[in-house]
Write a protein that binds this ligand. Structure first.
Ligand SMILES: [Zn+2]
Length: 187
């Protein structure tokens, strides 16, 4: 796949590190990260600086050869955040389907001992006690932008705050999206 370029900072790279924007038939700017929408698209980094400059300039109009496309910073950020959340949810569901997802203290602590490449993840509202427990078992873990309730809903089960994914590709993809999510959150 050819390299893409951020239309703001001109950084080049794999399509995975950018979100894509197209103009819908009604003239709205639509964002996506799966690159399936037809038409001329423009790419931008998951970065507050790039997004701010994108919105305050006419770079998007120039890149997409469209005038008067209306774009709002808050809306754009909200859309991109939503895309990342959905993508993360999709990967959690995929890890369940693949049979590489373990949930709960007991299963996760077993996995931490046995798995070489898997990693533990926690909900953003995990209790301090559980976190202290986890830190004793593993130095490396990642905080998901979901509450226990949201995790439960996503995987159609009771709320839970601790999980383990034993698949290096899925762990890498999730970590990339988590990094991007942090890149566009307010502080
Ligand atoms: Zn950029």
């Amino acid at each position: 796949m050819p390299d893409r370029t951020c239309i703001v900072c001109r950084k080049k790279g794999n399509a995975n590190i950018f979100f894509r924007m197209v103009i819908s038939p009604t003239g709205d700017v639509v964002c996506e990260i799966r690159r399936i929408l037809p038409g001329r698209g423009a790419h931008c980094c998951f970065d507050m600086n790039c997004i701010t400059k994108l919105v305050s300039s006419n770079r998007l109009e120039i890149a997409l050869k469209r005038r008067n496309s209306r774009i709002h910073s808050d809306e754009l950020l909200q859309n991109v955040r939503m895309l990342l959340r959905r993508n993360l949810e999709g990967m959690l569901i995929a890890s369940k389907r693949k049979g590489v997802l373990s949930i709960g203290k007991e299963a996760v602590s077993k996995k931490i001992k046995l798995s070489k490449f898997g990693r533990p993840f926690v909900s953003k509202d995990i209790s301090t006690k559980s976190l202290v427990n986890l830190k004793r078992m593993s130095e490396e873990f990642y905080i998901l932008p979901f509450t226990m309730n949201e995790l439960g809903e996503c995987l159609s089960r009771k709320p839970f705050g601790l999980l383990f994914i034993d698949d290096v590709l899925l762990v890498d993809s999730i970590c990339l999206r988590l990094m991007q999510e942090r890149g566009i959150s307010n502080g």
